[in-house]
Design a protein around this ligand. Structure first.
Ligand code: SAM
Length: 287
């Protein structure tokens, strides 16, 4: 196969089943001058399985900045480079973003050799809406920060996708059930493409019981997909309610005006409060 000089190939590798490694990916990795790999021992084992010999250079979270310089020099000198991570598509919760940005900024070619990713594999079998989705990657490790993040996205209407590790799957599902509510539909995709693959669909409360019910289920690699929140209809005030609120707000302190308007109109207090704040910010301040 013909390999372009001075080009960075971003190459996906299998997420479990080695049969998923594409013919083009193998050809590219075998033909380039350098393979930049997240963990060179891991990649060496993959290459050995396919009888491929390559010059490996480590590129991981902690040395990416330093490696950019070396790799840019090689590329500028005409070398071809393949970037691979331990599993799946590089840059998807894996290193490589800074390298790709630097290579593109230097005006050099970056080209994908697409293939497996746990993100798309899980979405494709989840049965949850896939027309729009949000990839959240890994949640924070600490429970307080995790809950904070979950709270910030609790009203998101698109399908949510999370990556999770074996030692946090239980705690994350627990926090999701608390923050999103136990009735929210979700899917846990475990060990995709591997021997013990499992795809469990239930409400978050049910999935929490499912994971607790068998300690083997807490082992392996996980993608958690959560149905988006139901869209909240923005309530509007009709003309009469708005007139009542406007009149009261013009004469009384804000809280008192809202309290009376709630009693008179029977509309939700927070809706009236929000509108009263808006009215106040729109009206010119009195001299
Ligand atoms: N770059 C990879 C990709 O494209 O999917 C993801 C790398 S990230 C460091 C590793 C995480 O991906 C795991 O903790 C898990 O959440 C998810 N993952 C990877 N392989 C998986 C598999 N076979 N089944 C389920 N989840 C997997």
């Amino acid at each position: 196969m013909s390999i372009e000089a001075a080009t960075l190939y971003v190459v996906a590798t299998p997420i479990g089943n080695l049969g998923d490694w594409t013919a083009r990916a193998r050809e590219v990795v075998a033909a380039v001058d350098v393979v930049a790999a997240e963990d060179t021992r891991h990649t060496a084992a993959l290459l050995a399985h396919f009888g491929i010999r390559a010059q490996l250079l480590s590129l991981h979270e902690h040395n990416e900045e330093a490696r950019i310089h070396t790799l840019l020099e090689r590329l500028q000198g005409g070398a071809s480079v393949a970037l691979v991570s331990d599993a799946g598509t590089p840059l998807i919760s894996d290193p490589g973003y800074r390298l790709v940005a630097a290579v593109r900024a230097a005006g050099l070619r970056v080209t994908p050799v697409p293939g497996p990713s746990a993100l798309t594999a899980a979405l494709s079998v989840s049965g949850l809406p896939t027309d729009r989705f949000v990839f959240e990657g890994f949640l924070p490790a600490r429970s307080a920060s995790r809950r904070e993040r979950l709270t910030a996205i609790a009203d998101e209407t698109r399908t949510l996708v999370f990556y999770e590790s074996a030692h946090r799957i239980h705690d994350s599902l627990h926090d999701m059930a608390e923050v999103f509510g136990p009735a929210r539909e979700a899917v846990v995709a475990r060990e995709l493409t591997k021997t013990f693959e499992e795809i469990a669909a239930d409400r978050l409360g049910g999935l929490l019981n499912w994971i607790v019910g068998n300690e083997y289920r807490q082992k392996g690699e996980f993608v958690v997909l959560v149905h988006g929140a139901e869209p909240v209809e923005r309530e509007l005030l009709d003309d009469r309610d708005l007139r009542t609120l406007t009149t009261l707000a013009a004469e009384l302190p804000l809280k008192q005006a809202v309290r009376l308007a709630t009693a008179i109109t029977g509309r939700p207090k927070n809706l009236l409060y929000e509108r009263a704040l808006q009215l106040r910010s729109e009206s010119p301040t009195e001299e």
